[in-house]
Each structure stands twice: as C-alpha cells, then as structure tokens.
Design a binder for this molecule. Structure first.
Ligand code: PHE
Length: 339
C-alpha cells in the first residue's frame, strides 16, 4: 500500500507538470483527490491493514493528499500568472512607434485674397452683401438695363434653367437685390460665384468668381470710384502699381470704364504676361445708370452711385504669378501647399 501511495503521488505530479490549463487542473483534482478518486479508493482499503500499519499508512496518505493539494494550488498560481502576462503582452502599446502625422490645412489662395479684399472694404465702411446664384431674368438682365436682344442673354453664353430662371452671369444682379431692399446711403461689396457657358482653358472657366461693389449716396462721382479702386489696388499690389481707366460700355453704368493695372510681372514695360501692353485688365466699372436706380425706386435726381465688378481669379493669378486658371480649381495639394 505504501508503494501504491507513492506511485499515486508520482503520477499525479507528472500529470500536473504537463498541465497547461486551469480547467485540466480541476479534472486532475477530481481524478486523484475526489470522492471516487484514486487516493480515496486506497484509503477505503485501510480496514484490511494491521493495527501497526494503519497509522503509518494513514499518515502517509494524508501527506500524499496534502502534497498533491499543494502542488495543484501552486500550479494554479503559475498558470494564472502566465495567463496574465500573456494578456499584458498582447495588450501592450509600443510607445516608441511614430504617431500618425496630422497635417494642418490652410486657406485656398482664392480665399486668402477674397478675405484681404473684404478687410480692405470693411475698413472703408462697406458691408458684405449676399445674393442668389440661381436668379431670374429680371435681376440678372432686365433690371440692369440689358435689353432682350443683348448678346449676354444668348443661350450660348448663359446657363438657363427655365426661360426665366438662370445661373447668374455676373454679380451685378446683387446690385438690384440690394437697392430693392436698402435705401441710400449704400456701401456694399458682394463676392460670389458666377457662371458662363465657356469652354475650359488657361483663362476661361464656366464657373468663376467676381466681387461686385456698389456705392449709392448723394453726390457720388467718378472720382470716388477712382479713389476707392486705387486704394484697393495699392493695398493689394503695393504702392507702385498704376491704374488705367479706359472708356467702355456696360448697359447698367453710364459712363462706363474698364480698369487695367500696371503689369504685375514687368511693372508696365511690357512682357509676355501682359502681351507687351504693360497693363492687365482687371475689372469693369462705372456710374450706376439712372434707369437702374429708378427701377429700384431710388430717385436719380437726388442720388448717384458707382459700381464695379472685378474678377477674383485674375486678382489671385496676378498676386501669385499663376499662369493657368485651372490650377485654382483642381485642388492639387502640390499646388495648394505653396501658398
Ligand atoms: N458685371 C460686369 C461684368 O461682368 C462688370 C461690371 C460691374 C461693370 C459693375 C460695371 C459695373 O463684366
């Protein structure tokens, strides 16, 4: 019986050593120490022993039980610690790994220049006005004294939605919206998108941006227009830039002019950028036509005004020496990151 007990202990420990899961340890406990276990089976035979042998074997049996019990407890602790270590390892974060780079966005060059222009005009007491991009024939053409047979109304040039509704071809429509709702003194600029049915090339796009300006008050003259535009251009292009006012025709201004600026590239001497002109055309302007004022309910005997519409893309291209309009719309980061 002594050998049997020793054999049980040896077997139990061997099995214990190869145990890799806590669940298997429970099975092992039942197998050796349980009510129907191997140790119990031996103890049941104690009755057959002599009176001298019984305490010796009894003591040994208790020791074997305690040893196996302790070995199992220790193994449980080891397996638990292993499992914990495994878990920590699996969940660990390598703090030496480089982080994901967050790149900081920046304003589009068009937005930069638009904001600058807004700041300059706000400094001169102008408000910013907004108007619809989808408008009716009345606001885009009729109220601006553009007769029905005017070429700007041609379906070739204009995106019509219905006979009466269209994408505005010019921000001048905002002049009408403003004068319908505000009474003089009026001092606004209105930046926004305009649409013309043009094919895309280096200087044309069916969508582009204008900034409209409108001042209506008592005693407004052409010199107010000149002074205002000179102030704008000197702030944007520096004190050396020169403006040239050329007579022109717009149906909604009288007199009308086109305004050129001395070439950003050559300063007026003539180069390939200005096609040897020395000047680059930037905007259309003039004194608001009395018919337009009257149509909006403003007495042209009391009030006069000037208006201008400048192409934002041109301003930006001149400012940053960009030679292709398309670059402004393609949103290629290699281009945009340069500003
Ligand atoms: N709307 C004109 C254009 O698009 C520009 C302009 C605006 C001219 C205001 C005179 C006054 O060409």
């Amino acid at each position: 019986m002594k050998e049997q007990l020793e054999k049980i202990e040896a077997l139990a420990k061997e099995e214990l050593n190869s145990c890799k899961e806590i669940k298997a340890l429970d099975d092992l406990r039942v197998k050796y120490l349980g009510k129907k276990g191997e140790l119990t089976a031996i103890l049941k035979q104690m009755g057959k022993l002599s009176a001298e042998e019984r305490p010796v074997i009894g003591q040994l049996a208790n020791k074997v039980r305690a040893d196996i019990e302790q070995a199992i407890t220790e193994k449980v602790a080891v397996l638990k610690a292993d499992a914990q270590a495994e878990k920590i390892k699996a969940e660990s974060i390598d703090i030496t790994l480089p982080g994901k780079k967050q790149s900081l966005g920046k304003l589009h060059p068009m937005t930069v220049v638009e904001n600058e222009i807004k700041d300059i005009f706000m400094g001169m007491g102008f408000n910013i006005a907004d108007g619809p991009e989808i408008d009716d024939d009345y606001h885009v053409f009729e109220a601006l004294n553009l007769p029905p047979d005017h070429p700007a109304r041609d379906t070739q040039d204009t995106f019509y939605i219905t006979d009466n509704i269209l994408l505005r071809t010019q921000t001048s429509s905002v002049q009408v919206h403003v004068m319908e709702t505000q009474k003089p003194p009026i001092r606004i600029i209105s930046p926004g998108r305009v649409y013309r049915s043009d094919a895309v090339d280096a200087t044309h796009s069916p969508l582009f941006h204008q900034i409209e300006g409108l001042v209506v008050d008592k005693g407004i003259t052409m010199s107010d227009l000149k002074g205002t535009l000179e102030m704008l251009m000197k702030k944007i292009y520096g004190n050396n830039c020169k403006l040239r006012f050329r007579p022109h025709h717009f149906p909604f201004t009288e007199p009308s002019c086109e305004v050129d600026i001395s070439c950003f590239n050559c300063g007026g001497k003539g180069c390939s950028m200005c096609k040897d002109e020395g000047y680059i055309e930037l905007l259309g302007a003039g004194m608001v036509h009395p018919k337009v004022l009257e149509g909006c309910g403003i007495d042209s005997n009391i009030y006069s005004g000037f208006a201008f519409g400048l192409g934002l893309e041109r301003m930006v291209m001149g400012r940053y020496d960009i030679n292709d309009l398309r670059l402004l719309y393609e949103n290629d980061l290699r281009f945009l990151e340069q500003f």
